[in-house]
Design a protein around this ligand. Sequence first.
Ligand code: NAP
Length: 488
Amino acid sequence: MSMIDVDKNWRLLIDGEWVEGGAGHYDIVDPHTTDVVGRAPEATVAQANDAAAAARAAFGAWKRLSAKQRCALIGRLGDEIEKRSPDWVATVQAETGATIATTETLQVGGPAVDRFRYYATPIDLDESLSPIPTPAGPLGPAGLLSAEVKRQPVGVVAAITPYNFPVTNVAGKIAPALAAGCTTVIKPAPQDPLGILLLGEAVEAAGLPPGVVNIVNGSGPDVGAALVDSTDVNMISFTGSSPIGAKIMANGGRTMKRLLMELGGKGAAIVTEDADLGTAAQSIATVWGFHAGQICTAPTRVIAHHAVYDQLIETLNTFSGFMKVGDPTDRSTIVGPVITEVHRDRVEQFIASGIDDGARLVCGGDRPDLPGYFIAPTLLADCTPDMHVVREEAFGPVIVVLRYQDDEEAVQLANNSDYGLYSYVFSADTKRAYHIAGQLESGCVGLNVIQPHMEAPFGGFKMSGVGRDRGKWGIEAYSELQSINWMA
Ligand code: NAP
């Protein structure tokens, strides 16, 4: 594996220059070893404003490039990321605590490169409308009125991102934003910003003009809040928790920010009586094995038909026995740590609240005897819809199970949630699964599958967010509609 340079002088990227964090540095801690793996730069509010001003100054020239010219640079950025990713693995693994397999396949390289490659081909969403015969009137003579509907870049986009998949998440925002003609300021999550600073080195190497991508970082909310308040910023593309998203929406309202909000989830997984329980259990067990459940789309809320309820729980319990918890750099480990001690304690309290409320602890619930911030794969059965563990996300390796009698009740239970990001239906009868999917208040639904289609629109209903990205919807998200009218 690549090496970590613990003594590296990490700096902010503002207007094409690497600058010292004006507020000093703070420690980035490996959630497994609890060692310091780097000292992240801490921006001042003035530096956040400088970054927004640099993005504003760069906007005109970036927008005026042809789509082909912009896309060529985006493609080059994808190439630079691909070339450099192997060297990023150790740092990104250490700061996120993700297992080595998750780091190599999903934290660096592949998905981030794919996002830039996808948007390296121009996507033209402009359209011409059919002319409308228009009678003479007070506004002018009769004639045929034509119009073109153009996509104009929204302007400066501040990308404020969460800790779980830092590089991949940022790539998913800036690739379409840049393709749409926007300039950007990235504000990573405080826990693991180093990979994003490495991404900044790729931006520089790819030859993007100064100010088109800026990176400011901080250990507290001041830097992100300054971007939300900045009149140089037109749009906030936020991924994170629903309460912070609601705060950003409220604060952004003062300057009429355009918003893309990708927020929390409490994914329902409906398992019908004819489902392949092996597939269902394997998919649901990804809550434990995939970045220790720190993923918004995880199928954490299982809604099982009464006829297979006990068998599914038994199968999941058996699966949990195969989930090796421990050193994430050991290739046989499946469940790594959660991000911080504070988060580990929060998840433990979450589990305790479920047991207090009457849930049955099938497995887990205890703290493994390991250094670092580990939580054993936890399964809570006999849950009811009003329990806190059913209503709120744990963002950890915790699965809750509810029982249902018929499809109507399954849909009612699934929709009985403030969230609506990603739900799943496991059934041998795909027609029935498809019918159930259509009734779910959920931005995305997987039928017997966990993997998402990366070009399908992604986003949530209800408290899970506002707006969609990915595919052509990414260009829509980062652009304004402009209609140009003329008399033919
Ligand atoms: P978080 O606590 O909401 O933080 C997300 C980002 O918001 C961080 O960069 C944070 O940095 C910043 N922030 C906090 N307060 C702010 C404010 N007042 N103004 C501007 N920025 C502010 O989320 P997290 O703990 O990192 O991530 C976990 C959450 O993300 C979960 O709820 C998960 O479901 C959600 N998530 C959703 C998706 C999706 O696609 N829907 C994907 C991944 C994760 P500072 O604290 O330094 O300000």
